[in-house]
Ligand binder design. Structure first.
Ligand SMILES: *[C@@H]1O[C@H](CO)[C@@H](O)[C@H](O)[C@H]1NC(C)=O
Length: 124
């Protein structure tokens, strides 16, 4: 056996030529892209949406949308435009300021009347 030491050298190229074993699939799942913030809220949001989309809610929404569609007839749109126009005219800065002042002035009066009534009722 003078050349037995050559045997490993002789088969080494065969071992190198042997096909690689098939890669074992990584049993560990890739990490979730983001488990914080909005993504973590998603299940809650989806279940909320799901309960919103119950048959009952959908029926109610149909009623509302139906009603809104009827409200938005061309006649009513003119009326609504009038109302919104008037409200818009009413809600000038001066009106809001005056109303705020009025409410501010009325508040102590209401408090006084409330105390007065409380006193009167308490004495009965
Ligand atoms: C605001 O109040 C002033 C002073 O009381 C008054 O002259 C004015 O007409 C008021 N304006 C509105 C829009 O209410």
């Amino acid at each position: 056996m003078r050349f037995s030491f050559l045997l490993p050298l002789a088969i080494a190229p065969l071992a190198l030529a042997a096909p690689e074993p098939a890669p074992v699939p990584n049993p560990v799942a890739a990490p979730a892209p983001d488990s914080t913030g909005l993504l973590s809220e998603l299940p809650t949001i989806l279940s909320g949406v799901q309960s919103l989309l119950s048959q009952d809610t959908i029926s109610k929404l149909e009623t509302i949308i139906d009603g809104a569609a009827k409200l938005l007839s061309s006649d009513n749109i003119v009326v609504l435009q009038d109302i919104l126009g008037n409200a818009h005219t009413l809600l000038t800065k001066e009106f809001v300021d005056n109303t705020t002042t009025l409410i501010g002035d009325a508040t102590p009066l209401v408090e006084d009347v409330s105390k007065l009534l409380g006193g009167v009722l308490g004495s009965l």
